[in-house]
Design a protein. Structure first.
Length: 202
């Protein structure tokens, strides 16, 4: 992360360097756009695969809020949270997009692992469950809710550890959730019309 992105982002959104990348494929994603890309984030001439998440920015206030949240996630230092390398902005005549470069995991997500029916003895199930709880604890300790925690947003690394991803805009806890979260994973109180909160992630 560049030092410029750690300045007081409540007052000013930092200038960010755009990255040149090649889109390999689009990945299904309810909140924003998600791509597998080929990119050289170190500017060393060595390209690698990354996930690129794009979120449309509707206002300056939302831009500041999203950047603040991403910076919090970058600084969590929890091995069960997906690593965010950097973020930047893309603009065209119609809209501005916040682009987030994240780690890519070849083993895919928990949903794919379930379909393969591999590594699902009781010991591994408990290990996955405990890692999800530890990851959520780190998220909630930073006043963030995952809001869209589901098997598609839990990735598996090379050592079979989980990585929580798919964070929705969550600094504003009163924001309606229908635009961001997956209905089938809503908690009972959210379905009943109550506000989303940290307990809704459990």
């Amino acid at each position: 992360m560049n030092k410029s992105s750690t300045q007081n982002i409540n007052e000013e959104v930092p200038d960010k360097v755009n990255y040149s990348y090649k889109v390999v494929k689009s990945i299904e994603c309810k909140n924003g756009e998600l791509y597998l890309v080929f990119c050289d984030i170190s500017k060393s001439g060595k390209e690698n695969y990354y996930l690129l998440k794009k979120l449309e920015i509707e206002s300056d206030e939302e831009k500041r809020r999203l950047v603040k949240e991403i910076s919090k996630i970058q600084n969590m230092n929890c091995k069960y949270i997906i690593q965010i390398y950097d973020f930047f902005f893309e603009k065209n005549e119609q809209k501005e997009m916040l682009c987030i470069l994240m780690d890519y995991y070849e083993k895919g997500n928990l949903k794919q692992l379930v379909k393969l029916k591999e590594d699902f003895n009781s010991r591994n199930l408990w290990r996955i469950f405990i890692q999800i709880i530890l990851g959520l604890n780190a998220v909630h300790s930073n006043n963030i809710i995952a809001k869209n925690l589901n098997s598609q947003n839990i990735f598996i690394d090379d050592e079979n550890n989980i990585k929580i991803c798919g964070f929705c805009p969550t600094i504003d806890f009163n924001k309606k959730t229908d635009d961001y979260s997956t209905f089938l994973y809503h908690s009972p109180e959210v379905i009943d019309g109550q506000d989303f909160n940290k307990r809704s992630d459990i």
